[in-house]
Design a protein around this ligand. Structure first.
Ligand code: GYE
Length: 379
């Protein structure tokens, strides 16, 4: 939820509050598929997954067995995170025969390792981790493995250990590549020949940051763009505002593109540019690119403040439930499941982009021109 000092946006905020940030992956399934699964089956719908577990849950309840699951969540830094927490809590619920132990790790990697070790000590049936950073995991995952506790990873990846049974999340490098391709085609269409870009990155060392940076940087290099700076805003609105304020001092008048690696950072950057009298978005001096496409982010796309927003889908609870249900039934689960994610734009000059994705495939993906119904359907 965007933080605002003034009361003039109370109406917008109430809409967001009423709609909530949770939901089901149905939303994504019904929107234009841009980055569909490349290696694993697409995420099942909330209903299908819930239905599938009902029987197992009923049996578990009848036999007095409750499945205990420990979930070590990153924190509460963004709208994306709130939606992720809501999605997992709604799916891994008492009604579905699950006793969920939720730990908010407040973006502290050491606290997250402690939380996982506590789950191991308690002897939970499953551990779900959304890893704050992508490395430093092998020892604790070996401990979980030794204790016979299956680990499910959601959202961000673990890159230095394969001792988890399943991962479900996003192809962050494709998000960065799509942003780069969109900027290339948008600039060409508008006759903009020089790109001077400032990046406000996400939490350093998180796979979301690493992938988005890697994908976008391929275009910086191939197109000869000038990347003036990249500093972290830690995926928060305050962080985005602070980095933008410092950029406005150091690079006044020198940049025409700002890339924020999530919507909350974009909200902060918008506040900073407003205060400095810098124009951005449709018809402005600065092209503003963001990631996540939460409801408030898409409202800014609709209002022409954010030019393009590359969705990252946080509604992984149903997939998590489905994985647990399959493991309970002794079935195989996919090692990787990619979420389907559309790309959103505020103008209709481009309808699709074609680029080579991280798997080396040339793909053409639709650009969704945002209208009110898109905002209403967003997480
Ligand atoms: O983009 C950001 C959140 O890990 C994909 O974390 C997630 C990122 C998301 O704080 O808003």
């Amino acid at each position: 939820m965007k933080k605002k000092l003034a009361s003039l946006l109370v109406a917008t905020m109430s809409v967001g509050l009423l709609a909530g940030c949770g939901g089901s992956s149905d939303t994504a399934a019904t929107q234009a598929p841009a980055a569909a699964s490349t290696e694993a089956p697409a995420a099942e719908s909330a209903e299908a997954a819930t239905e599938a577990l009902t029987e197992a849950a009923e049996e578990a309840a009848a036999s007095g067995d409750v499945i205990t699951v420990g979930f070590a969540q990153v924190g509460h830094e963004s709208d994306w995170r709130t939606a992720s927490t809501n999605s997992v809590q709604a799916a891994l619920s008492a009604e579905n025969g699950i006793d969920l132990q939720f730990v908010d790790c407040d973006n502290d990697s050491a606290a997250q390792l402690d939380a996982v070790r506590n789950f191991i000590q308690q002897g939970v049936d499953y551990i779900v981790i959304d890893p704050i950073v992508s490395t430093g995991w092998d020892t604790v995952l070996t401990e979980a493995d030794d204790a016979g506790i299956p680990v499910i990873v959601i959202d961000r990846t673990i890159d230095d250990s394969d001792k988890y049974v399943s991962w479900v999340g996003s192809e962050f490098t494709n998000e960065g590549l799509a942003a780069g391709e969109w900027l290339k085609e948008y600039a060409a269409d508008k006759g903009i020949s020089e790109i001077n870009v400032l990046v406000i990155s996400g939490t350093t060392g998180s796979s979301a940051q690493l992938g988005r940076t890697k994908g976008f940087d391929q275009y910086v290099e191939s197109e000869g763009w000038n990347k003036l700076d990249e500093q972290t805003g830690d995926f928060t609105q305050d962080g985005g505002q602070q980095v933008m304020e410092s950029y406005l001092k150091s690079y006044a008048g020198q940049f025409n593109v700002v890339v924020c690696q999530n919507d909350n950072e974009a909200f902060g950057a918008i506040d900073a540019m407003d205060a400095a009298g810098v124009s951005y978005g449709v018809g402005g001096d600065v092209i503003l690119i963001s990631f996540d496409a939460c409801k408030a982010g898409l409202q800014d796309v609709l209002d022409g403040k954010i030019n393009a927003d590359f969705q990252c889908n946080p509604l992984q609870g149903p997939d998590c439930l489905n994985i647990i249900q399959k493991l309970q039934a002794g079935e195989d689960v996919p090692k990787q499941t990619f979420m389907a994610e559309p790309w959103y734009v505020s103008e209709d000059n481009l309808t699709s982009i074609t680029y080579t994705n991280n798997a080396g495939e040339e793909v053409t993906e639709d650009l969704v021109h945002v209208d009110q119904s898109v905002v209403d359907a967003a997480y």
